[in-house]
Write a protein that binds this ligand. Sequence first.
Ligand SMILES: C[S@@+](CC[C@H](N)C(=O)[O-])C[C@H]1O[C@@H](n2cnc3c(N)ncnc32)[C@H](O)[C@@H]1O
Length: 209
Amino acid sequence: LGAEQSSAPGVTRHFVVVCSRATASGDFLLDDVPGTSGRLDVGLRCIRAALLVSHGLRRDAVVYLVLRGGPRAPRVLRVTGRDARFIRPDERSLAVLAQKALAGSDDQTPGFVDVKPGVAVARGDVEQVLAHLGSATPYILERGAPDIRDAEGLGKGDVAFVLGDHIGLDEATRSQVTASGARPLGVGPVAVHAEDAIAVVSNELDRRE
Ligand SMILES: C[S@@+](CC[C@H](N)C(=O)[O-])C[C@H]1O[C@@H](n2cnc3c(N)ncnc32)[C@H](O)[C@@H]1O
């Protein structure tokens, strides 16, 4: 995918998906990702929703999968639209990308370790991500929270959205993220899939540009 999509110059959208049981190692079957990876497929669809548009890659988006399953957990897989190459929309290709990245990087080096352009892995949990968000305004996505349509100032600077997977955010993580200053935002009255919540947020930000 060669075309590029960007929001206002210098504005970055971060999406942090807490994958409660998804494997932090490359030890899963490509032919059965949902059944062998602790539902890493949910996170893979979030990568697609955050980074890919029709015939293009969002250069202004960064997605983090916080992987809490398996013996190498916790680890974070980060895909940065600005630097990524050859990100394909189908789930199998994304699973291959994740598998190679998770199998290839070591756990000794602190912080994010680049495994290929735009793809990095770090040892650590959500605190590892929060430490890398810089000046981005943090939000936590949850059903029933104040509507994103009414959020004043949203999209004028860097933003970060934390969301759960199919299980949802556990209370300890919610408290941790809220303590970092994140305010809750909702995308409507219905609990949607995580990747759909990302799509709605992306659409809202697109409309505000
Ligand atoms: C499939 S939902 C989680 C469902 C889980 N059973 C629960 O009740 O929390 C996945 C994530 O998408 C986000 N999400 C889903 N619907 C939302 C909504 N209407 N507004 C804001 N965020 C939402 C939340 O971050 C949620 O943790």
